[in-house]
Design a protein around this ligand. Sequence first.
Ligand code: SF4
Length: 354
Amino acid sequence: MNELKHLPIPLLQWYQENARVLPWRSDPTPYKVLVSEIMLQQTRVAAVKDYFQRFIKVLPTVADLATVEEDRLLKLWQGLGYYNRARNLQKAARQVIEQFGGKFPASYDALRTLAGVGDYTAGAIASIAFGIPVPAVDGNVLRVVSRITGNGDDITKLSTKKRMSQAVGAVIPVRAPGDFNQALMELGATVCLPNGAPLCHRCPAGEFCRARQENRTDALPVRPPKKMRKMEKRTVFLLFYKGRVALRRRPERGLLAGLWEYPNELFPVEKIPEEWGLAATGVSFAAVGRHIFTHVEWRMTALVADLENDCLPKGWVWAGRMELDRDYAVPSAFGLFRSFVEDRLRAGERSERP
Ligand code: SF4
């Protein structure tokens, strides 16, 4: 991976001229770097910007994050998905308070002990917030390194990641480790693109990049073929009573753990299950929708019913428009039904007025 030794100077120059202005870059405290990096896992920069600003406004310090109620935290996270990231973020904040006296430790190994903080995130905080020369190798960086070095090893393998991290670590400039790591990620995100042709004519590594010279940019990086996603048909019940909609909490483990949802069951359930003990005036079709998770796709049919009374199974709640907006984190898988639900709630509110 000798090509990498040519990288630091042109890359840092390129970064100075091309770095995007992002809200977490202006004052990269360890807390802000942690929050932004966790949000950016599995989520695009454009989507994260507003979430990050709102999050930091409501929870400006690590102590605020450590003490916020879980429902409030999940509400702030609503729409970002992968909610365990938010829970781990809070666990990490509590560790910082309890184990490190409220200050992030200025050590890669100590950062690595925080909940949800892997090699990449520890490297990002250490290099960006503390100026420690350690690599921060994410998917973008693996792609760039694979292409520059013409390396055809499977980038999903731990051994490949380790070798590439070591190769990056060997060329990190000690005076600008944070900028160097961010520049590599930025190059991957904006120039050395994952799908479609990379913009090699704009790339500071163009002159020594093996993939470009050998015309192999579309063959690198190498990863195993994706497994087929499982498909699940689900029937979603939008149940109303006097301007409120019924929600139930999902189990504490597994997909969307602990979040609130409209009650739903696997197809072929097509009417309100008897064991819920609910009396409805009639059930009709409301909408269809689908949502794609990493390993499963939900194909949903939503049915709507007005209930005859407000008795709900244990653990379920009624939510009016305001509570739905303010108190309950309903995952974006159900976002397709949001306008339908809001219209019904509004109509219910009107009919309740004296
Ligand atoms: S020259 Fe092209 S393939 Fe090589 S690192 Fe730059 S953008 Fe990627």
